[in-house]
Design a protein around this ligand. Structure first.
Ligand code: ZN
Length: 483
């Protein structure tokens, strides 16, 4: 039987602020454990929380970027539960009046795009962090009370790929806004997926399973794909799917049972009596809307229109704002050069170097001017493409200027016909067999002879000129033999 997969996503993103959500403790995540704690974030009797305005603004900006409505009234609620990482016994969150509701986000869907509805974006405080070491568990309360956004979609996703595209797009938006690092490996962005399957065409939903503990984009894709297959196998044997929470086991590559699912009324939500409800003035919200930066979709559309860069390349260039900015700055610095050439070198060689180097996301160790200078030298024929790759790698690892590296390493391209003609003649004289092969119609021999010319010039021959000379000499010999 054919089944349809239904997925809803919940993403928690740490909000970048100077202080915690309801107290003055520093929100620096690199501090030694339990050094940033106070009576408020530990909820000591008599302590009173105060709402962090910067976190509220960051959440509203996120909601606006996700095309949400910002209701005029909002409030904070206590979500009561007992867990070792929650010394307070409750978490301040938002229940029925979140900051942002009813938005959407577009993700790629083949050649087209698909619109996913965003149900809500709300603001809450993070819990402490548990560290398990052997038989002991340690707790770091620095994270307790840190501002955390929760972004919830409607059940509009249909596959593991949808989930991957959604998270990629969402993270890009959070980073463009500067509201969260979106780093999943560091736990700054955590995601849960609710998955159910149903026979194709059915109008009711199947029983859903919640997956937690997915610590990378890759894990999300694998965990969802695994869970879809697990549920399908159960249904096909006539068994039931139970409503439970499972965790993704990265080592065993499977989901494992964690606990039976809790329901909203298990938490006994009630408005936090220590915090005032907030009224969000329209003037302020509209002001924030006007001040949003250019977001990934708008930037992609503009780069394609203004610079004529290919769609696939644009999609890669806009994933990080710094990368897109670097592209535009390089195009401006490289007067007269086709923007697509800059895009090709960035998406190809520069991305390869970045992925090998493991630099921080969005960080680039060279300047747009350095790349522009290099590409101009290539364009003018001073070096060939192979040499340009070498120079780029050295600029990337050790810095300097393209001109100086080319001079020091003797990479300047040999384009002079007279210089190259001598090399070609020598290569032909030293390789009679490949020459004979070529003349007998074995085209592959030309590649070998080209390789010999490049070798003899230590890679500096202008490939177009060398190939031309080689062909002319060989064709000349063909006539000689035919006569
Ligand atoms: Zn505190």
């Amino acid at each position: 039987m054919a089944y349809e997969t239904i997925i809803g996503m919940e993403v928690h993103a740490q909000v970048i602020t100077a202080s915690k959500m309801f107290c003055g403790c520093s929100a620096d995540t690199s501090a030694p454990p339990n050094t940033h704690v106070c009576p408020v974030c530990l909820a000591m009797p008599g302590s009173l929380p105060v709402i962090n305005e910067a976190a509220v603004r960051a959440t509203i900006r996120t909601g606006l970027a996700l095309h949400c409505e910002i209701p005029p009234h909002t409030k904070f609620d206590r979500k009561n539960y007992s867990y070792p990482d929650l010394a307070k016994g409750y978490q301040i969150s938002q229940y029925d009046m979140p900051l942002c509701v009813d938005g959407w986000i577009d993700i790629p869907d083949g050649e087209d795009t698909k619109r996913l509805r965003i149900r809500r974006v709300h603001l809450e405080e993070d819990t402490g962090r548990l560290i398990h070491e052997g038989a002991h568990s340690l707790i770091d309360d620095n994270r307790s009370g840190m501002p955390l956004m929760e972004i919830v979609t409607e059940a509009d996703l249909r596959s593991a790929d949808d989930a991957w595209f959604y998270l990629t797009k969402l993270r890009a938006i959070l980073r463009y806004l500067g509201v969260s690092s979106g780093n999943m490996e560091e736990g700054a962005m955590r995601c849960e997926a609710n998955i159910s399957i149903r026979p194709e065409g059915a109008s009711t939903f199947g029983t859903r399973v919640e997956i937690k503990n997915m610590n990378s984009f890759r894990a999300v894709r694998q965990a969802i794909a695994y869970e879809i297959e697990r549920q399908r196998a159960l249904l096909e044997c006539g068994e039931q799917v139970h409503q439970v929470t499972v965790g993704w086991d990265e080592n065993r590559r499977r989901t494992v049972f964690q606990r039976s699912k809790e329901y909203a009324n298990d938490y006994r939500y009630f408005p936090d009596p220590d915090l005032p409800p907030l009224q969000l003035e329209r003037v302020m919200v509209e002001d924030m809307r006007r001040q949003l930066p250019e977001l990934p979709d708008a930037k992609a559309e503009r780069l394609a229109r203004e610079y004529g860069v290919k769609g696939d390349d644009v999609a890669l260039l806009v994933q990080e704002r710094q990368i897109a900015d670097f592209f535009e700055a390089t195009v401006k610095a490289a007067q007269g050069l086709e923007p697509q050439v800059v895009a090709n070198w960035m998406v190809g060689e520069l991305f390869r170097l970045l992925s090998e180097q493991e630099v921080a996301d969005g960080e680039i160790p060279i300047t747009p001017q350095q790349l522009a200078d290099l590409l101009m030298l290539l364009h003018k024929g001073a070096i060939n493409a192979a040499a340009a790759k070498e120079v780029l790698a050295e600029l990337f690892h050790r810095g300097g200027s393209a001109e100086e590296i080319i001079r020091r390493r003797g990479l300047r391209q040999i384009s002079s016909e007279s210089d190259l003609a001598a090399v070609v003649a020598q290569v032909l004289a030293e390789n009679p067999q490949p020459v004979a092969d070529y003349l007998q119609g074995k085209g592959a021999a030309l590649g070998f002879l080209m390789g010999q010319v490049m070798k003899a010039t230590r890679g500096q021959a202008n490939p177009q000129v060398a190939r031309q000379l080689l062909m002319e000499s060989l064709e000349g010999r063909r006539h000689d033999t035919e006569e």
